[in-house]
Each structure stands twice: as structure tokens, then as C-alpha cells.
Design a protein around this ligand. Structure first.
Ligand code: ACM
Ligand code: ZN
Length: 622
């Protein structure tokens, strides 16, 4: 008995010792995404230990960024004592007394030497981003492993963003995602210095925000029959009386909680209320808002809905009243100066047939139905402007003639954004061929279902340029930035959302923050490998990436052709042959002949990935 007690005590002491000791590590190198503007190595190193202290300058310990920083450090078992003056072995967070104009509002300086880690910035946003960089300097598994000593190589960083709008859009209508998943998404955004959360709250597949004055929006419009066990596009029709069990909406309290959570992470939340299309959920809840003569029975959709004919009547004054009432409830919930009013894909067949819409067109002397949409957009803008809200719309709002003060979100390509910047509108670039993360990220044969006939690899996202050539400097100033969009038709779990977001969101973050000249694909690829470990340690699910290599062929001065292979996932080994069937390991450029084919296999951790690809030399010659 006594012996057993002794063993138990010994075990307890050993456990306590292990817990209090923690692991020791020397960090060899840093892999920061997005890449800082300037980063230089220093001499020596700093040891972060459980004895390290913390000094905050020109800012209170209860200010938001310092509270956030303390919380994270505590979570990682570092609980630095706050000291009144900077001392040795000290983490320092300092608001500049004299503004450093090179940093702007969001930039920061970070210096690590043997005595201190010092983050300084003009604003709390800058301090926050400096700390995000610091978090990425710590070991990849810090969220899982308890460390007691982390040695960090000395360095100096100066960093600030290329674009002010670094957005991530999330469609919570096609599938609903709860508060905890939205918070996890906001954490992800913050760690990659993304700052605008575009919350797509209404669509044909569900209305997702509490509106007190129109309770049927939630009682009816937020729910649909559950077909998640069937492939999107092959869903059985709803049975009469079948319970509506799929869906949900955010209560106002939940919205406030999310907006506050986002604000703590320097993220602005921009709600989107779709006008006038994508409104099946509204029309099932309030059928009188459909056009006269429209005898469709609308229901909240649970599968593909194309073409999206549901449209709010443009000739019915009660529709405008309804929209203004909704905005009255939206406005106080969101501190952002923007409200997104949708505007995309509004099929106008019903407007063409509707006596009320036609009457409005005649009465206002409008040319056509596009201008009727333009009029609705302007009406909303006139209503929102005095309340301190600017509108954003998808690029279709240009078709009906929009005011100069609307911001255009260019999604059907970049051309809408270019046209808008030329006419003096602010622009957010989100062209589908570079920014739609609901697209397949690799060969569909090896992926879970996603948008049919789509492909957007990590490498392609990394090529995105939000400021296309051909704009003057003044026009370029209208390009606020860019945004990754996540439509969720094929995404019905948090894990699948993350699988589609990652690692492509990392590429988007680097495109939007780092100078274009600093982009280096092989370096980015190697950083992603380390971020996979970090993300997994933080319980994110990550896409496997594409294993389809690509080929570029350079013509040599003597007319011969030299082929180079490239790939997406760090650690991939390529084997190729040029027609003789004898695979050899790729180690650098090789000779090819015109009109030939190169057959390539990608191996990762000793296994063939996907399949052998036959890449044509023709068409890849530079
Ligand atoms: C959109 O993808 N319909 C904006
Ligand atoms: Zn109508």
C-alpha cells in the first residue's frame, strides 16, 4: 500500500516536472506568410523562456491588441510579467510616439536581438500584425507542444501591406456554418493578415441573419429540406410536408459576438444582402415581393438553381420599403462603412413580363430592365449614404449605370474592375479565374466534388495581380485590393471549407500584402510546406494540393528547345521521359523536340501521386 502511494507521488512529481520544464528548441529559419516587405538577418539570438518579461510602451495593458497578445502567450504557456521599463530578455510592444510614415496604418517594425523582441508601430493594427509575424516565427507545433525555451535568430523586419482590402468571402447561404466555425475562419484570416470578411448572408438557399420585422425570413427562409447525403445536383425533390431540418441563421446577439471577435483581430465584417436576385428564400417567406404575373411557387433551394430567375419586383414600393427596413436592422449590427448589396446574376425575365416593373420603367424614363436594376441600386445608395454606409456591388451593377461612389467587386474577370477604375469607382478585384476557392484545386479525378469544369491551383492564385496593366496611377489608386471567394454549394462541413481554403488562402494573402516584386514561387512553395504543419497543429484541414507538373520550354539561340518542369508541392520528385518510355529523375532542364510530348510522374513520400501526365511541348514554348 505504502509502496503504491510512493509510486503515485513520484509519478505526480515527474509529471509536474515535465509540465513545468517543457521542450527546448532552436529555431533555424523563418517562413512567414505573407512575405514581409524587408527582412534582414541580425547577429546572435533571443531566448524566449518562461522568465522572459514584457514591456508595453505608449499603450495600456488593457488595450485590445495587448490583451490579445497576452492571451495568446498565456495559451502557449508563456506568461511574461509586465515590467515598467524595458529590460533585458524582454518582449516589447511599443506604439510610436512620432509616426513612422513609412509604415502607414497597418505596418510595423519587428526587431529581434539578444536583449529583446521589439514590435513597434503607429497603431494597434500595426502591433497586432507585428505580433502575427512573431507568432509565425515560433515553432510550427507551438499550438500542440509545450515549450519552455525557444531560441530565435536575430533579425529586423519592416513590413506594411500592398493593398488596404485583403478580403475573404464566405457564402453561408448554400450551406450554413455556425458561430464557432466563423470564428475559426476569422482566426485564420488574422494569421495571414487578411482584414475584410465579406459575409454572404442571403441567397436562394437560405436567409442567414435575424430580421425582427420580417420573422418569416427566419422561420421559413432560413430552412430547407436536408439533401446533404446526396450529391449536389442529384437531390430528390422535397416530399409534401417533409421537415425542414437543414439551415439556420445568426441571431443578432451572435452577429454582435462575431463582429466583436473580428474587430479584436482587425477584421472588418461586411454583410451582403442580395438585391434584386438570388432571393428564393425571401420569396418563399414573402411571395408578394415577386413580380405581378409571376406564378412560380418559390422555395428555399437545396440544389443547383439555374438560371436564377427569382427576382424582387422592381415596380413594387413595398419591396423597397422591405429592403430599407432590413437595412435599418443591418446598419446597427455592423460598424463597417460598407454594405454589400449583391446585384449579380439578376435574370430579368420576370421584370420584362411584369406590368408593375414596366410601369416603373416608363414612369422614370428608363431605357430597359438593366436601368431598372441601376435605379434600385441608386435608391439603396441614397438611403444608406446619409446613414454612413457606402455600397459595394458585384460588377453587374455597372450595367445599369451606377454612381461614382459605389464600390465595384469585379468577379466575371478583371475587365469590370478595369472599366470601373477608369470611370472613377473604387474597385475590389475578385476575378473568378484567380479568386474562386470553390473551384477545384487539382485534377478533379483526385478530388472531392467541387464546381464542375473548374480549376484554380495554388500556383495560379499566386499569379494573381489585382492591378492589371493599362491603368494610370490615378486609376490604380481606385483598386482597393482583392478578395478570395468561397461559395459553398459543394461545401457542407467546416472541414471541407478549410480543405478548399487552404493552402490557397495563403497565396491570396501574400498577393495582397507583399510587394509584387518579392514573389518567388519556389520560396513560397517551401513556406507552404511549413505552414501545413502549423495549420494542422491548429486543427485546420488542408487541401492536398495539385500533383500535375507543368512545363515551360525555352528556345535556345541555336534554335533547340530546352524544357523545364515545375510543381506545386514541396518535396515532390518528378520522373519523366520524352518518348522513349525510360523514366528518369528530373534534376534540371532537358532537351525536347517540337511537337513532342513529355510524360511526367510526381512522387511524394515515395508514392505516385495522381497519375502520369502527358505534357505537350507545343504551346508551352516561350
Ligand atoms: C458571383 O459569383 N455570382 C458573384
Ligand atoms: Zn415586377
Amino acid at each position: 500500500m505504502q509502496k503504491r502511494l510512493y509510486s503515485a507521488c513520484l509519478l505526480m512529481v515527474l509529471t509536474l516536472l515535465a509540465v513545468s520544464c517543457g521542450k527546448k528548441v532552436v529555431v533555424e529559419s523563418y517562413a512567414i506568410i505573407p512575405e514581409p516587405v524587408e527582412m534582414t538577418d541580425g547577429k546572435g539570438s533571443f531566448a524566449l523562456t518562461t522568465k522572459t518579461t514584457c514591456y508595453v510602451g505608449n499603450i495600456g495593458q488593457n488595450d485590445a491588441s495587448i490583451k490579445y497578445i497576452s492571451r495568446v502567450l498565456r495559451q502557449w504557456h508563456f506568461n511574461p510579467v509586465l515590467v515598467g521599463t524595458p529590460e533585458s530578455n524582454c518582449l516589447q510592444f511599443i506604439l510610436n510616439e512620432d509616426l513612422d510614415t513609412s509604415l502607414g496604418e497597418e505596418g510595423y517594425n519587428l526587431e529581434i536581438n539578444k536583449d529583446y523582441v521589439r514590435v513597434s508601430a503607429n497603431t494597434e493594427k500595426g502591433l497586432f500584425y507585428g505580433f502575427q509575424t512573431f507568432m509565425q516565427m515560433l515553432p510550427e507545433d507551438i499550438a500542440e507542444v509545450r515549450y519552455s525555451r525557444i531560441v530565435l535568430p536575430a533579425c529586423k523586419i519592416k513590413d506594411f501591406p500592398a493593398y488596404q482590402w485583403r478580403g475573404s468571402h464566405f457564402d453561408v447561404s448554400r450551406h450554413f456554418f455556425g458561430v464557432s466555425q466563423i470564428k475559426k475562419h476569422l482566426d485564420l484570416m488574422a494569421s495571414y493578415k487578411l482584414n475584410k470578411f465579406h459575409w454572404h448572408l442571403t441567397d436562394d438557399h437560405g436567409w442567414r441573419i435575424e430580421i425582427s420585422k420580417y420573422p418569416q425570413l427566419n422561420d421559413i427562409g432560413s430552412w430547407r429540406v436536408d439533401r446533404d447525403n446526396q450529391p449536389w445536383g442529384e437531390a430528390d425533390p422535397a416530399k409534401p410536408g417533409e421537415p425542414r431540418t437543414n439551415g439556420g441563421y445568426y441571431t443578432k446577439d451572435e452577429v454582435e459576438e462575431i463582429v466583436a471577435y473580428a474587430a479584436e483581430r482587425n477584421i472588418e465584417v461586411i454583410p451582403e444582402i442580395e438585391i434584386p436576385g438570388h432571393c428564393c428564400a425571401v420569396l418563399e417567406a414573402y411571395p408578394s415581393f415577386a413580380c405581378a404575373n409571376d406564378d412560380t411557387t418559390y422555395t428555399v433551394q437545396f440544389g443547383p438553381y439555374w438560371p436564377p430567375r427569382a427576382i424582387l419586383c422592381g415596380g413594387n414600393d413595398s419591396v423597397l420599403l422591405f429592403l430599407k427596413d432590413v437595412m435599418d436592422e443591418i446598419i446597427p449590427l455592423f460598424p463597417s462603412s460598407y454594405i454589400h448589396i449583391g446585384g449579380d446574376e439578376a435574370v430579368k425575365d420576370n421584370w420584362r413580363r411584369c406590368p408593375r416593373c414596366q410601369q416603373r420603367i416608363r414612369q422614370l424614363g428608363l431605357k430597359n430592365e438593366e436601368e431598372l436594376q441601376g435605379w434600385m441600386v441608386v435608391e439603396m445608395e441614397k438611403y444608406l449614404k446619409p446613414k454612413g454606409k457606402n455600397i459595394i456591388g458585384w460588377d453587374e451593377i455597372l450595367d445599369g449605370g451606377v454612381s461614382k461612389s459605389a464600390t465595384v467587386m469585379s468577379w466575371r474577370g478583371s475587365q469590370g474592375g478595369v472599366a470601373a477604375a477608369r470611370r472613377g469607382n473604387d474597385v475590389i478585384m475578385s476575378p473568378l479565374d484567380f479568386c474562386y476557392l470553390n473551384f477545384y484545386q487539382a485534377n478533379p479525378d483526385f478530388q472531392p466534388p467541387a464546381m464542375p469544369n473548374s480549376l484554380l491551383t495554388l500556383h495560379k492564385v499566386y499569379q494573381f495581380d489585382p492591378s492589371p496593366a493599362g491603368l494610370s496611377a490615378a486609376q490604380r489608386n481606385h483598386i482597393l485590393g482583392g478578395q478570395a471567394n468561397l461559395w459553398t454549394e459543394y461545401i457542407n462541413t467546416p472541414e471541407m471549407a478549410e480543405y478548399m481554403l487552404l493552402p490557397r488562402l495563403c497565396a491570396m494573402a501574400e498577393v495582397l500584402w507583399s510587394p509584387k516584386e518579392s514573389r518567388q514561387w519556389p520560396w513560397f512553395r517551401s513556406k507552404v510546406a511549413r505552414h501545413r504543419i502549423r495549420l494542422a497543429a491548429n486543427a485546420y484541414t488542408i487541401g492536398s494540393g495539385s500533383f500535375q507538373p507543368w512545363l515551360s520550354v525555352a528556345r535556345q539561340p541555336d534554335g533547340s528547345l530546352l524544357a523545364t518542369l515545375d510543381w506545386e508541392v514541396e518535396g515532390t520528385h518528378l520522373y519523366y521521359h520524352t518518348g522513349d518510355g525510360k523514366f528518369q529523375r528530373y534534376s534540371g532542364p532537358f532537351a525536347v523536340s517540337k511537337d513532342s510530348e513529355v510524360t511526367v510522374m510526381a512522387f511524394y513520400h515515395g508514392l505516385l501521386k495522381e497519375k502520369a501526365y502527358r505534357l505537350k511541348v507545343d504551346g508551352n514554348v516561350k
